[in-house]
Design a protein around this ligand. Sequence first.
Ligand SMILES: [Zn+2]
Length: 187
Amino acid sequence: MSEEPPRQGSFEVFGEVEPECQDAIDFVEQVLRAKLDDQQMAMLRMYKIRFFKSDEDHGAHVDFEHKEIACNRDDAAMSLQESEDFLVGKGIIEPGDTTTLLRSIKDNPWSTLVSELVHEYGHVLDKNSGGAAYRRLDPSLSPTKYGSKESHEAFADAFRIWIFDGKLNDEAKKAVEDVVYRRGKIE
Ligand SMILES: [Zn+2]
C-alpha cells in the first residue's frame, strides 16, 4: 500500500470550469502559498471549491462539515469593481474595501472569486488553527465595514488584506500573524 502524496498544484474544484475561472483559482493558490507553509496549504487543499447557481444565496461560504467552499457562480464571475459597486449600493461594504487590494485585476471577470476565496480560506485557516474557540479579532478593529459585524468576519477580512499586503491596524495585523505564524496560545 502506498500512500497518496500530498496534492500539489491548485485547489480542487467540483466539475469543469472555464479557463478564466481556473486562472483565478490558480492565482489564489499562488498568493496563499507565498505566505503560508506546506502544512497550512495542505489543510486548505482539503477544502474543495464548489460552484452553485442561485438567485437567493449570494457570495461564498465555507461548508466545514463537507469541507467545501461554496461559491455563487454568477457572483464569483463578476469583476471585483462590479461586485464592489453592487455591495456598496446595498450598504454592505465601503468603496475600496475590495478593489484597492487588487487594482491590477479589479476589472477582470472572475476577480470577485479571487477576493472571495482568500477571505473563505481565511475562515478555514482560522477554524483549523486553534480548536473550538476561534474568536480572533474584535469587530471594532475590523479593517472593513463587512468585518465589523462579527469577529470571524473581521478576522477573514483582515486575513484577505494581509495576504495582499494591504493596510491593517496593528491589532488586526497581530491577529492574523498570530494565527499564520502560530504565535502563542489562542484563547
Ligand atoms: Zn466570511
